[in-house]
Design a binder for this molecule. Structure first.
Ligand SMILES: Cc1ncc(COP(=O)(O)O)c(C=O)c1O
Length: 469
């Protein structure tokens, strides 16, 4: 019998859910979601109960304001609750438009596809809408196979393309792949930036596509070397493969141009988008390709339904895409990201000169990463082996923990490289907000005085987390 029919169990109303406090939420996570995640976030005191958000700020249930420099991993280029996207969603609801209605054509999907195609360079024209970055990547991989008739894929070490089976197969991190083996066959990894290795991998003429990010986001914010994407495109075409560029994180103005490929003057065969495509309000993913590739793979009515997605192109998502594409262009958000990013990066480079804990500052536009030096052996003597291990792999996480705990600034480490914190605020961020983060980072590194201090500060936070849990 369903649990809610058993005496004593009941279903929450939305009003009740909106009133849940942090402890109740934590307990529900432990019971019904992911207890390990709840425990981890609880220990680092990342389990705050955020109840309101606007622009770059969020507020917890104590009325405390935080600056969000994580920006939904690149999903919040327009900030929290961007008014124009909200109005678009309201308009669709008030108009009573069907939100989900298949077996028909939708004016909103058509207009959204036109807008997305208009932002893409060259002959990238045909758009397929799904619901996430991983789904966009899955679609791109399938399209490449269907078009070329080849089985293989080449990807980069350190890449991140998502966690569904196909996307995970081309994601270059062993930790995420290992428990799920065997993944897709005929997949080969090459070093990011190395055209010679790419050519060797392509020479067998088994690869349908090479998939690559213009800047490896989760890999620790690494820019492609100049000329790499253009060289990769030439090599792919020479050996009969397609170039898939994953702009799920770099797209939509983030790196200072609407798409990061513009910086390199490259038009890939397939482009993947997601994250801010939905204006930070609705999950949307998409891949875009040329008419030739689309038509060969999915042209004609017999093949028109080979690749589909129930929620892809729904009216709420499409209203968000239409408003987001317009907002991006009319507000000049890419230019804003470029100018603000230059200012912010210069301040972070100044910090690097003063703190030996900072190894490198990288990135473009407002996709910036700060890499920390790894601790030396003496930390084990000062703080114990567990702390040594933690700091060795997770210095970025320790810094992110202190930025949150002491300065109310939300950041996170990059998924494939926990020694790097990413700074990826909404593109509407102000200079004063960026300065606040620079000052906070300065203070954390100053107080930490090396890893021992940072580790001990984190240990204190963890202790508080334990008492709080
Ligand atoms: C470059 C890139 N591709 C794909 C993905 C997967 O997107 P999603 O989490 O929406 O599936 C991500 C997520 O971080 C990403 O950064």
């Amino acid at each position: 019998m369903a649990k809610h029919l058993v005496a004593g169990d009941r279903l929450y109303s939305l009003a009740e859910a909106l009133r849940l406090d942090g402890r109740e939420t934590l307990n529900l996570y432990k019971a019904d979601l992911n207890p390990g995640l709840a425990q981890m976030l609880g220990l680092l005191r990342f389990d705050r109960n955020y109840v309101r958000a606007q622009g770059v700020s969020v507020w917890d249930d104590q009325g405390q304001e935080y600056l969000d420099f994580l920006g939904g991993y690149g999903s919040l280029n327009f900030g929290h609750h961007p008014p124009r996207i909200q109005e678009a969603l309201k308009e669709v609801m008030e108009a009573g438009r069907p939100v989900i209605l298949q077996a028909t054509l939708s004016a909103l999907t058509a207009a959204a596809a036109h807008n997305v195609a208009s932002l893409c360079p060259g002959r990238l024209q045909r758009v397929f809408f799904g619901n996430s970055g991983a789904e966009a990547v899955e679609g791109a991989l399938k399209l490449a196979r269907a078009y070329t008739g080849r089985p293989g894929f080449i990807h980069c070490r350190g890449s991140f393309h998502g966690k569904t089976f196909g996307a995970l197969s081309v994601t270059g991190r062993d930790k995420y792949q290992r428990p799920f083996q065997p993944l897709l066959e005929h997949v080969q990894a090459v070093d990011f930036g190395d055209l010679q290795q790419l050519e060797q991998a392509l020479q067998g003429r088994q690869a349908a596509a090479f998939i690559v990010e213009p800047i490896q986001g989760e890999g620790g914010v690494h820019e492609a070397p100049p000329g790499y994407l253009a060289g990769a495109l030439d090599l792919c075409h020479h050996y009969g493969a397609l170039l898939v560029v994953d702009e799920v994180q770099t797209g939509f103005g983030r790196t200072g141009t609407i798409l990061a490929v513009e910086h390199d003057g490259v038009v890939p065969d397939i482009l993947c988008l997601a994250k801010s495509l939905g204006g930070g309000m609705v999950p949307v993913g998409a891949f875009v390709t040329t008419p030739e590739i689309w038509d060969q793979a999915y042209g004609g009515w017999e093949k028109a339904l080979l690749h589909t997605s129930t929620f892809g192109g729904n009216a709420m998502a499409m209203a968000a895409v239409i408003a987001a594409t317009q907002e991006l262009v009319q507000e000049g958000l890419a230019d804003q990201a470029r100018e603000k990013g230059q200012w912010f990066k210069a301040r972070l480079l100044d910090l690097q000169k003063r703190h030996r804990l900072i190894r490198e500052v990288r990135g473009r536009g407002l996709l910036l990463g700060v890499e920390f030096n790894q601790p030396e052996g003496w930390l084990a003597r000062v703080g114990g082996q567990a702390l040594q291990n933690l700091a060795q792999e997770y210095t970025g996480a320790l810094v992110a923990g202190q930025l949150l705990e002491r300065h109310h600034i939300i950041t996170a480490y990059t998924l494939n490289n926990p020694n790097v914190i990413r700074l990826e605020p909404p593109l509407v961020v102000t200079q004063a907000q960026m300065q606040a983060v620079v000052d906070a980072l300065d203070a954390v590194l100053q107080e930490a005085k090396g890893f021992a201090g940072l580790g001990l500060a984190t240990a204190r936070t963890m202790l508080k987390g334990l008492l709080h849990a």
